[in-house]
Design a binder for this molecule. Structure first.
Ligand SMILES: [Zn+2]
Length: 344
């Protein structure tokens, strides 16, 4: 829904790669807008027949990005389009026209650029044929890839190591918080405070046996890396699970005003860790039987209607409802309903 709202407001008649910042952009949109400026540098238009791509403005090419040597005059009112140098409704360049307009080096490049045999242009990732591998992999990713934790906790670890969690100190920059820790009401809630210094966290870490890891590291990245060096892999995996649960505890307290006792939270962390280890051991020891063609999923017949059902119960008043969602064989929703349920 957020994507639809933003697209209606900021690029109603274009696409994500051609947005407008607007006169009074929100903080969220400003962040997305500037990220898009960086993101679009990694993409280009793969041209098709009668292409509408602006030849001297847009990034374009075939499978790889076209880079012209010379600069050419363009009009801001009526941009030169790639399609103007193609034979109509074909995948051929107009060789005579290309040779008349472009320099010798650019003629060779353009004529070697293939166009897709479709009547539309398509955005593609420019680096997919380059097989770009960073020469110095992110050490945070290297650590996370080895951990014995669920994927959602690895993702949390990445955000933690890159100072990308919405702590109160970060929300201050967006004008969404006064910056004070919601749990101890004492101190600016930075990552260091939230996971190391907060009085509501120190006891929990001590109970789980990690108090010695409270560190003087100046950045969350350095803190995570030094913690990894101090602990065996299993212990660090458990440590990250505890940090994830601390973060979850903070959100629960902020949104619902509930606090889970430390002993209960520590027990939950150990259970998560042991459960994941057991599941991993089971998965690696068990080989899944090969599915035959007939066992595999097939698209439903055209007359099929699928119905998904779910229910919810509000503990405060015991009110229960059942929701139904009906879809056709393409997965398109064709009907929905919510039905209150009388509970005896
Ligand atoms: Zn605190």
């Amino acid at each position: 829904m957020v994507a639809k709202v933003l697209s209606c407001k900021y690029f109603p008649s274009s696409d994500t790669f051609d947005p407008q910042l607007g006169s009074t952009p929100s903080f969220a949109w400003r962040g997305i807008f500037f990220a898009l400026q960086r993101l679009r540098l990694g993409f280009h238009w793969r041209i098709g027949m009668d292409s509408n791509v602006k030849m001297h403005v847009d990034r374009w090419g075939g499978s790889i990005l076209m880079q012209l040597n010379s600069s050419y005059t363009d009009s801001s009112d009526a941009h030169v389009l790639c399609g103007e140098f193609m034979l109509p409704h074909s995948t051929q360049w107009n060789v005579n026209l290309v040779q008349r307009v472009f320099s010798v080096a650019d003629v060779a490049r353009i004529l070697q650029c293939p166009m897709a045999p479709v009547a539309c242009d398509r955005i593609v990732w420019s680096g997919h044929l380059k097989r770009v591998i960073p020469t110095t992999p992110d050490p945070i990713w290297l650590i996370l890839s080895r951990l014995l934790v669920p994927p959602k906790i690895k993702l949390f670890g990445w955000r933690l190591g890159h100072d990308a969690l919405p702590t109160a100190s970060r929300l201050v920059q967006a004008g969404l918080s006064v910056g004070i820790c919601c749990m101890c009401a004492d101190g600016l809630k930075t990552i260091k405070h939230a996971f190391c210094e907060c009085t509501m966290v120190v006891g929990l870490l001590s109970l789980a046996g990690f108090i010695s890891l409270v560190t003087t590291a100046t950045s969350s990245r350095a803190w995570l890396l030094s913690s990894f060096q101090q602990l065996p892999l299993h212990r660090f995996s458990l440590y990250l699970i505890i940090l994830w649960n601390i973060w979850h505890q903070r959100n629960t307290f902020w949104h619902e005003g509930r606090l889970i006792p430390d002993w209960n939270l520590v027990q939950t962390c150990f259970s998560m860790f042991e459960g994941f280890i057991a599941l991993e051991s089971f998965s690696s020891a068990t080989t899944m039987p090969e599915l035959s063609i007939s066992d595999r999923w097939h698209k439903p017949e055209a007359t099929t209607v699928t119905i998904n059902v779910d229910s919810a119960c509000l503990p405060s008043n015991g009110c229960s409802t059942v929701g139904l969602l009906a879809g056709d064989h393409q997965g398109i929703v064709i009907a929905a309903n919510v039905v209150p349920v009388e509970v005896p």
